[in-house]
Design a protein around this ligand. Structure first.
Ligand code: NG6
Ligand code: CA
Length: 512
């Protein structure tokens, strides 16, 4: 009973994907194909949203989305930082299987190789128009430091399934501070070319560390290192020169991303589309638009959360206006857990008050404890999904295979090797989800929803800069998440049999 509708849709879509059915059948399928939007926040924690119980921040648009969708309490990103997390989301391949999926520099080559199949490729094969807008952080071009920033940057998103792209190459705290549309820098004056270097500064270009008087917007926090190129009164990681006309203004980043997302929706309202929107909020440097400044009472970090909420509202409104809200499936989530001071003196720590970005969980961004990877998730699809709350164990790595299943497609050999079809869980029909999730942040962990094992490692237990417990330990760790959600009591010594069981799962996964 529970999956009748879904299977029905899958079968219809299969007809359209296979491409050799009769016209009438195709037309019916065409009408039923849902649009799909992945709306991925940056560094927004479970406790940063009022739909997840926070009383210290009010995010009404996310609440509106949650009220019409399934809100997950046990949803996971694969990693506790952006690059590996997004890598796994798009490829269905565990980032920890490769040693080059760590936080990408602003001049990193594309981490997903053109020959790798992605969820965007899959949608494209099904006749969808595909777009990627906003935070990317998966590298562009072939090799680190070799991009032609002033020409067509290749390979790029079009090689991994995206017809359209409008991206920040990395993060707002990394150069180059420009938007790249369809693999070309937006507003570039050919007489003022962009140069990027992560090894050495450009002679004559002032650096944040030497010129604090030029830092009119934000100053870096001591020892974090965001004190190199100065762009718009904020110093960044890496060196950059030129491109004056193309530089973004930090207060307009959310507007630019949102506007492009709304435009994409308007342009493609009459054909099925897949849209990835990565917001810059609430990553550092946090410098929201003046209309949000002072509105949260928590300084720029809280204001950036309100700005994120606004983006969510704009996307929902655009769908309504286009008349396609009913048949659009939105996955709202975050790339990793929250961080308070991540490199700029924005008073996030001082103004936090009683707000708990990490919710009931231990750790935060960068951490193998739950707050690193247990992220907010809402799946809404008014035409098909009954609103509710689900405690199913779900992971972003499964979105690829699950979306393929929605399309009635089986992944081809080698595609999304770690991605499992949990469409029923994402649609709120199966309340169990995965048997276990595997995650990485320094150490590897495996959890079956009740028990979580963290493998021993030599990583630091604590990160002083961000005041985050990273969770690494030379000892084995075992927590009972049902009784001890805050991961306070290591029960490894008491339950060697559970340690052995989870360890065996991890070893099996590693051997794949
Ligand atoms: C870290 C940066 C941090 C942030 C992070 C990436 C330092 C000390 N810290 O290396 O500010 O940019 O990388 O964040 O350099 S992520 O969410 O995109 O993964
Ligand atoms: Ca992030």
């Amino acid at each position: 009973m529970r999956s009748t509708i879904v299977l029905g849709i899958g079968a219809t879509l299969l007809a359209s994907c296979s491409g050799n059915k009769q016209k009438t059948e195709e037309k019916v399928a065409q009408q039923q194909k849902p649009n799909v939007i992945f709306l991925i926040a940056d560094d927004i924690g479970y406790g940063d949203l009022s739909c997840n119980g926070s009383k210290t921040i009010h995010t009404p648009n996310v609440e509106r989305l949650a009220a019409r969708g399934v809100r997950f309490t046990d949803a996971h990103a694969v990693a506790a930082t952006s690059t590996p997390s997004r890598y796994s989301l798009f490829t269905g391949h565990y980032a920890w299987r490769r040693n080059d999926t760590g936080i990408a520099a602003g001049d990193a080559g594309m981490v997903i190789r053109p020959e790798q199949p992605t969820v965007a490729d899959m949608f494209r094969e099904c006749g969808y128009v595909t777009g990627a807008i906003g935070k990317w952080h998966l590298g562009l071009g072939d090799k680190t430091g070799t991009q032609d920033w002033n020409g067509f940057i290749t390979p790029g998103p079009t090689d991994i399934g995206f017809d359209y792209s409008y991206l920040m190459a990395a993060t707002a705290d990394r150069v180059p501070c420009v938007f790249v549309e369809n693999q070309r820098i937006v507003n570039l004056d050919p007489n003022d070319p962009v140069a990027v270097n992560y090894k050495e500064p450009f002679p004559g270009e002032p650096l944040g560390k030497d010129h604090p008087e030029l830092l009119t917007k934000l100053k870096p926090s001591p020892n974090h290192g965001h004190d190199m190129a100065i762009v718009n009164g904020i110093s960044r990681i890496g060196y950059m020169k030129g491109g004056k006309q193309a530089l973004w203004e930090d207060e307009n980043i959310a507007d630019s991303i949102t506007c492009k997302a709304v435009q994409f929706i308007e342009n493609h309202k009459d054909e099925p589309f897949f849209l990835y929107v990565g917001t810059n909020d609430a990553h550092v440097p946090r410098w929201p638009h003046p209309r949000f400044v002072g509105k949260s009472g928590m300084g720029p970090r809280g204001d950036a959360l309100l700005q994120f909420d606004w983006t969510v509202g704009q996307v929902m409104d655009a769908l309504e206006k286009a008349g396609i809200a009913e048949n659009t499936l939105i996955v709202l989530s975050s790339d990793n857990g929250p961080v308070v001071d991540d490199g700029y003196a924005d008073r996030a720590v001082e103004l936090l008050g009683d707000h708990k970005p990490w919710g009931p969980f231990r750790g935060g961004k960068y951490s193998i404890f739950e707050a690193g990877t247990r992220i907010p998730m809402i799946v809404s699809w008014p035409a098909q999904v009954k609103p509710g709350v689900s405690d199913a164990l779900v992971s972003q790595v499964d979105l690829y295979a699950s979306m393929a299943s929605l399309m009635g497609k089986t992944l081809e050999e080698g595609a999304g090797p770690d991605s499992q079809d949990h469409l029923d869980a994402f649609l709120g029909k199966d309340l169990k989800g995965r048997d276990y999730v595997v995650e990485v942040a320094g150490s590897l962990s495996v959890s079956d929803g009740e028990w979580k094992y963290i493998a021993p490692s030599n990583g630091a237990a604590y990160q002083k800069l961000t005041n985050i417990e990273l969770g690494n330990s030379k000892e084995e760790q075992l927590y009972n998440l049902k009784q001890d959600i805050g991961e306070q009591n290591n029960l490894a010594a008491e339950h060697p049999e559970i340690v052995a069981k989870l360890k065996a799962i991890l070893e099996k996964e590693k051997a794949k």
